[in-house]
Write a protein that binds this ligand. Structure first.
Ligand code: TRP
Length: 398
């Protein structure tokens, strides 16, 4: 069976529904995750699946799984079945280096580090400096040269790898550096994807540059490379933001024709921005929307104290009616990584909702946690420096 590669126009026939748009290069409007699941044709991460994951990975599950930040998947049970039959999968995730690393970027990497630690599986990381070069200048973003995206890519990796990987089981494909490895398989993919599919999936128009049209072939390659090298099918699991799903619908569509297994996917919801945006993003004019790994305690203090919350207009009202954690950018931070103990997270959520915990207190409690985390990650960069180049495919040092 093939996946539908042609997502319907968001809400074209449902004017009453709030419009939203989710593509790899643009997230617009308020995302309705149930509708997105219907549109994309993905499966929910539901209670039976979480129970199965808990049996496999141990209790308690990682907060990213237990707290429903990973919300949908494609074929995850198949990958678990084959793992349990003694046929391990590998993980694949990536980063498009268009700016500095912020907390949202860590999410798939943290999940991969956890799965690698628990299951001993290999991880392939793709750094798409080519993509961010080809797509820069679009959508009002400033132009990035290839030298910029290369430099950002290497610096981004230093931050991302601080979440803790096994250097012996971690492989990096840095597109412009690893291109001799990537190119033959990218051609195999590209030959099987028509222009009309690319237009339907990504909404390309006649004025898109031709590099951006080809690019998706490059992003498919890591899903197949380990199988190609081993001359046998090795299952692949891709943890990624839900916005990356369109690429992998294409990957999955061409997989069987190429003789490789379709990669499974596990999608996380977007971490909201501190200014109330749907997605924590790093555009130049909205830097306070995100917490960067390079932020100082002063930055953290400023950003969190101004952050958008689910609180009420007055203290009196909030005491009386309580606040709404689900819409709060500060609560999203507690949820994703700053309250790892379930007990504390539940206490924060409950007292927020009841009106006991006011936004000011909640923010004051979060600030030192974020500072401590950033300080610790900054220190770990030196450790990563030692092995990063030997992990990059095709780097001269290897
Ligand atoms: N296109 C992704 C981005 O812009 C980068 C990427 C490449 C990726 N391969 C991936 C992300 C696999 C997730 C999974 O960030």
């Amino acid at each position: 069976m093939t996946d539908p590669v042609d997502p319907p126009e968001p809400h074209a026939h449902h004017p009453a529904q709030p419009a939203f748009k989710v593509t790899p290069w643009e997230v617009k409007g308020k995302i309705d995750y149930d509708r997105l699941r219907e549109q994309f044709g993905t499966s929910p991460v539901d209670a039976p699946l979480l129970a199965r994951l808990e049996r496999l990975l141990g209790s308690p599950l990682h907060p990213l799984l237990a707290r429903e930040i990973y919300i949908t998947h494609r074929d995850l049970p198949q990958v678990l079945d084959s793992y349990e039959r003694g046929d391990p999968f590998f993980l694949y995730t990536g980063r498009g280096p268009s700016g500095d690393i912020h907390l949202a970027h860590l999410i798939p990497f943290e999940l991969c580090a956890y799965l690698q630690r628990k299951l001993g599986v290999d991880l392939w990381i793709q750094v798409t400096d080519d993509e961010k070069f080809l797509f820069s200048g679009a959508g009002g973003r400033h132009d990035l040269t290839l030298a910029d995206t290369y430099k950002l890519g290497r610096d981004n990796l230093l931050d991302l790898l601080t979440v803790g990987f096994d250097p012996k089981k971690t492989h990096i494909l840095f597109d412009t550096v690893s291109i001799p490895t990537l190119y033959p398989l990218a051609l195999e993919v590209a030959k099987r994807v028509t222009f009309s599919t690319a237009k339907a999936v990504f909404g390309f128009k006649n004025d898109n540059n031709i590099g951006s049209i080809f690019f998706t072939a490059i992003q498919s390659v890591p899903a197949f490379l380990p199988s190609a090298r081993a001359h046998r099918p090795i299952p692949c699991l891709i943890p990624c933001g839900v916005d990356q799903d369109p690429h992998f619908r294409i990957t999955r569509d061409v997989a069987e024709g190429l003789g490789y297994p379709k990669p499974a996917l596990l999608h996380n919801r977007m971490l909201p921005g501190l200014l109330g945006d749907e997605k924590m993003s790093s555009s130049a004019d909205r830097r306070d929307n995100a917490i960067f790994l390079s932020d100082s305690p002063k930055d953290v203090q400023r950003k969190i104290s101004h952050a958008f919350t689910g609180g009420r207009a007055t203290v009196e009202e909030q005491r009386r009616l309580g606040a709404t954690p689900e819409v709060c950018s500060v609560w999203a931070l507690w949820r994703s990584r700053f309250a790892p103990e379930a007990k504390e997270f539940e206490e924060i959520t409950r007292t927020c909702r009841s009106g006991e915990l006011l936004c000011g207190e909640c923010k004051a409690r979060l600030v030192p946690r974020v500072d401590a985390f950033l300080a610790q990650q900054k220190e770990k960069r030196a450790e990563v420096e030692k092995w990063i180049d030997s992990a990059i495919e095709g780097a001269p040092h290897k």
